[in-house]
Design a protein around this ligand. Sequence first.
Ligand code: GCU
Length: 421
Amino acid sequence: MKIFTILFVFIFSIQFAFAQFDANYDESKVPKFDVPDVLKTFKGKKVSNSKQWEKKGRPELLQFFTQNVYGEVPGELKISSFEVVEESNNAVNGKAKRKQIDITFQKDDLTLDFTILMYLPKNVDKAPLFVGYNFFGNHTITEDVNVIISDSWARDNASFGIINNQLTEQSRGVRTNRWAIEKIIDAGFGLATIYYCEVDPDTDDFSNGIHPFFYEENQQQPASQEWGSIAAWTWGLSRSMDYFEQDSNVDESKVIVFGHSRLGKTSLWAGATDKRFAAVISNNSGCGGAALSKRRFGETVWRINNNFPHWFCKNFKMYSKNEGALPVDQHQLISLIAPRPVYVASAVEDRWSDPRGEFLSAFYASPVYKLYGKDGIQSNEMPELDQPIQNTVAYHIREGKHDVTDYDWEQYLKWAKEQLK
Ligand code: GCU
């Protein structure tokens, strides 16, 4: 059995490495493609003001992305109970309060729990808050020994000490580099994070996580237009928002949803579907996130649907090697967030995510912001490295690889302070 698993992981990794190598990275080979006009309805009618946008433009786009890209949530499920399982007034060098809250959902004989880890600045009464998922457990984002280790499924990672799909003490603090906690606290913001696999394990398996809570009798996987994992993680973020609305330490009107990579695809979808998020940050989110699909640079719709068949709804498979047939592109996903602030960020060596495609999405979404008198990205010329454009629609490309760095956080903090004044 073990040998099969090893073989499978090996073949998958080779295939994946090959896919990245094999992808188009040549600008001159990007096919000619159309960018659907964000201010035109599917019937070709012009949207000329925010009222028309809200009445016609936005709803039809939201419906398209829901039924054909990320998938619809098949029902409603409220938090059954929550419990602060741990807290302290002396975290982050005495500057912050730490809280760990267990959120529980129950339906028939099913139970699901996820734990929110929060650091809140002590000197702020009701703090504005960043919320974002982490990839390997709450205990990886900090050296703090009090952070509870999740017992949910985790992808094996020998260098992080994750074996047999179990998180361990060995991985405590391995991702501190991606979470500038002290800078966040010093800037007067709180940080909340959740281990994403507690909501839905990131495997092509729909028998676990939140999906089964909504199955009809004998249903084993979501229907073609129903949610994949990105929509499930998004659902979890909205439930965390339900909790923040009840937490008197949080300013619920200033919750910024943040995510990196697959979780940056998730933060965009969360911002699009849940208007309670005051702003959205999508870091290196690439294909199915900020990057335009029709550009076919780096990862493509076909690659992503093959390598991660569970992320999007089944209907999205129709567009594998068939991006031309998509009546929308990802700039229209960003436009769904308008007029709320949105920040798209790239890294120059992260060509798999197509930095130019990420930038262009922010640019082509901007006319919707203009309908509200907000500044988006005004030119289709990409800015130089490390020269952020920080309007209501913001963008930067930094040096380096696919990652979240202190540089990224410094930009997000500066921008968020200005936008949420
Ligand atoms: C893979 C995948 C990307 C994704 C990334 C990540 O590289 O192809 O679409 O963004 O994983 O989440 O780290």
